[in-house]
Design a protein around this ligand. Structure first.
Ligand code: MG
Length: 386
């Protein structure tokens, strides 16, 4: 899960730390009335008069002459922004700052330390409030794009989480301009086609979207689904196999290579938020005879540790003739959406799942060799490895 953390009316809020008399009043940071300049930040009180970032200060003055106008002081804002980022790192090592007052925090694998995402977000919000004296809004969701949309919906001073299973329901009711890449121009084009909310957008045939918006529509769609609700129908199986550099009957090496294949496929499952029900093992011997065995799992899973336990006895049987092995292959099929599994995040599989997600994020960050399972050690000490 990702957090999108955004400081509310950032410049105004910082000014209010230094001057509490600005609280509860319409405040505009940008320029003084009569000076040239645009609104950099407006308090929510000022926004109710129609003032927003980017409009000329002269217009803001017409909209609300009794607002308090202030010139920006970026040194102050930078200092607060630095401190903001520091606080985010208390909760996760993976922080992506997108602007002076906004960042994404990857919280996969943090549950052991901070509890479920909502607990973590509450502590973070409290720390920002206590340390910086600033209000912030936090959106929690499966992808960064959705977390950002959720965050915008929670403003000001909000906290909102959308569970993966609720995503579709949540997004479909929103106006189409919440989608990244849909600006005022596209909104108008789409409105003429009677496409007003996200649901309309998703239910419109691709060729119409392409004719209206060009190929860019695909990217917009993928931002939202992000390997989710559409992938299931198209993907039937995934497989991975490897030919050993030398034929071998070394059991430890064979299981080590097998575990590597298993891990990388499970990682792919997790990336796509899928679980598999069926696993097929393929072995080719040095005489090119090839055998496959199907293993049906008791329930869908994407954890390599669980699947490994199911597969080991089968693999052992496959190798009972003690012939040299030339190739090892593995494939998964019968997918289900991970979200459809009963509470995979907080149930009994919780710890294993968090462990694997932490493993994935360490590898995504530091490379696939950054951390490896003890089962695969024989592969690293052998010349016949992958
Ligand atoms: Mg902001």
């Amino acid at each position: 899960m990702y957090l999108c953390v955004d400081l509310d009316a950032f410049f105004v809020s910082v000014e209010r730390v230094f001057n509490p008399r600005l609280r509860g009043k319409p405040v505009v940071v940008g320029a003084l009335p009569g000076e040239r300049g645009v609104v950099a930040s407006a308090s929510y009180e000022a926004r109710s008069y129609g003032i927003k970032s980017g409009i000329p200060v002269s217009r803001a003055y017409k909209l609300c002459p009794h607002a308090i106008f202030i010139r920006p002081d970026f040194r102050k804002y930078e200092a607060f922004s630095e401190k903001f980022k520091e606080i985010l790192y208390h909760y996760s090592p993976v922080v992506e700052k997108v602007s002076i007052d906004e960042a994404f925090v990857d919280i996969r694998g943090t549950e052991r330390l901070f509890g479920p995402p909502l607990n973590l977000a509450c502590s973070l919000k409290k720390e920002i409030r206590e340390t910086l004296k600033l209000p912030c809004s936090i959106g929690i969701a499966r992808t960064k794009v959705i977390a950002k949309i959720v965050c915008d919906r929670s403003k000001p001073d909000g906290l909102l989480m959308v569970e993966p299973e609720q995503e579709k329901w949540f997004l479909f009711s929103l106006p189409v301009d919440v989608l990244p890449g849909i600006g005022p121009k596209s909104v108008e084009i789409l409105r003429n086609l009677n496409i007003n909310n996200v649901k309309d957008f998703f239910q419109t045939p691709d060729w119409i979207l392409e004719a209206a918006l060009g190929r860019g529509y695909r990217l917009i769609k993928s931002f939202i689904s992000g390997g989710d609700f559409q992938i299931l129908n198209t993907m039937k199986s995934m497989s991975h196999e490897t030919t050993l550099t030398e034929d071998t009957r070394d059991w430890e090496l064979i299981t080590g290579v097998f575990y590597q294949l298993l891990e990388s496929l499970c990682q792919r499952l997790r990336q796509n938020r899928l679980v598999a029900r069926v696993c097929t093992i393929k072995i080719r011997f040095s005489d090119f005879k090839t055998i496959t065995r199907r293993v049906v799992l008791t329930s869908g899973t994407n954890s390599q540790q669980k699947i490994y336990r199911f597969c080991m006895p089968v693999l052992q049987k496959m190798l009972k003739e003690n012939k040299r092995v030339r190739l090892i292959g593995l494939s998964f099929s019968r997918f289900q959406n991970e979200g459809l599994q009963p509470s995979i995040f907080y149930g009994s599989e919780d710890r294993l799942n968090r462990f694997n997600l932490a493993l994935d994020s360490a590898r995504a960050r530091f490379g696939s060799g950054a951390i490896f399972s003890a089962n695969t050690i024989p592969v690293y000490f052998s010349h016949s490895g992958v």
